[in-house]
Design a protein around this ligand. Structure first.
Ligand SMILES: NC(=O)c1ccc[n+]([C@@H]2O[C@H](COP(=O)([O-])OP(=O)(O)OC[C@H]3O[C@@H](n4cnc5c(N)ncnc54)[C@H](O)[C@@H]3O)[C@@H](O)[C@H]2O)c1
Length: 319
């Protein structure tokens, strides 16, 4: 049994991680401030089934408050940390860059500093495909030069990767930065296209399609992402950056038609111009994940969308 801190553990990916860790017998210390980026009721719902578990402890605290974080580390003496807490939307980061800097950079630095002080064995950082920026060459490899992030969100994720390296170099901390590629699944973020499109198609409302439908995304089902995170948590790799992506990119218009097939209804499409900050293409090279983590994404897009649709259709909070 490990004692693992999961920051952002009430959020979409974080709550799936907590469930999986509890199932395999770990003790989970969840830290989340239930911020209002989207309806906090969804996060309350995410943890409602976990709080009765004696191996789960919830702290409603903010990672940007160093003293609060120190109090938790002191009280819990954790062995490992999965750092998911962040301001996560690309578009909102253009409106609130200072907030993104505070949470995504200062918050991460607080946790790195405490990880050294409390001798954490393994630190997983949730990075993002957005660090690759706008580029022609695909698939995206971890060795690609990533000096041109096109949103404050992407820049904060790259900054946190750099700080992670510094902490590994100076203090020998085991840190794996996992670059996630568009994660979707049950209890997914309501600001993301998958969730927005499914609810709108289901309720026969128009969906906003940005661009001409040829933008490309590499979607990754949440259970696959969680498997990759836990494989990385169980290994001490020194410092590594690893892509976790479906490696099966699809054009937006085909993504919408797959959804129509799964839901059994036609989408009403409202064409919009491309949004600032959004890249036109993502596509993960996952050779490194295969090699270092033995990781292969198992869920096809159609199967993953079906599970997500079924969850939304049977959960009234989601609609
Ligand atoms: N979902 C994706 O497609 C995707 C892709 C790439 C990277 N990521 C990264 O994965 C992580 C999880 O993403 P998600 O989609 O589950 O998002 P999410 O917003 O559902 O989860 C983030 C959680 O962090 C919490 N949080 C935010 N600020 C906090 C603070 N100051 N202190 C404590 N808790 C705080 C939020 O309340 C939320 O519950 C994030 O770091 C995100 O940047 C996600």
């Amino acid at each position: 049994m490990n004692k693992v801190i999961v920051t952002g553990g009430a959020g979409f990916i974080g709550s799936h991680i907590c469930k999986t860790l509890l199932k395999r017998g770990d003790f989970v210390v969840c830290i989340d401030n239930f911020d209002d980026y989207y309806d906090p009721k969804i996060k309350e719902n995410n943890v409602s089934g976990l709080i009765k578990n004696p191996s789960f402890k919830l702290y409603r605290k903010d990672i940007t408050n160093y003293q609060d974080m120190e109090d938790i580390f002191h009280e819990e003496n954790p062995e490992k940390i999965i750092h998911m807490a962040a301001r996560a939307g690309v578009r909102f980061s253009i409106e609130k860059p200072l907030l993104y800097e505070k949470v995504n950079i200062k918050g991460t630095l607080n946790l790195l500093e405490l990880s050294v002080k409390y001798k954490i064995k393994s630190f997983i950082f949730a990075s993002s495909s957005s660090v690759y920026g706008e580029r022609k060459d695909v698939p995206f490899k971890e060795t690609d030069k990533i000096d041109n992030p096109i949103s404050p969100y992407a820049a904060t994720k790259k900054a946190a990767e750099l700080l992670s390296y510094t902490y590994h170099h100076l203090h020998n901390l085991n840190i794996t930065c996992l670059r996630f590629f568009t994660v979707y699944g049950p209890s997914g973020r309501p600001d993301m296209a998958t969730h927005k499109f499914i609810t709108s198609i289901l309720n026969e409302k128009p969906i906003d399609m940005y661009g001409d439908g040829t933008s490309i995304r590499d979607y990754t089902y949440v259970a696959d992402i969680v498997n990759g995170i836990i494989s990385a948590l169980d290994k001490n790799l020194g410092y590594e950056i690893i892509n976790l992506g479906g490696s099966n990119p699809i054009e937006l218009k085909n993504f919408i038609s797959t959804m129509e097939k799964v839901i059994g209804k036609k989408a009403i499409i409202n064409k919009m111009s491309l949004q600032a900050g959004d890249v036109t293409k993502t596509y993960a090279d996952i050779d490194k994940a295969k090699r270092l983590l033995g990781w292969i994404p198992k869920t096809s897009l159609e199967e993953g969308l079906r599970k997500t649709f079924e969850y939304i259709a049977t959960n009234k909070d989601q609609k």
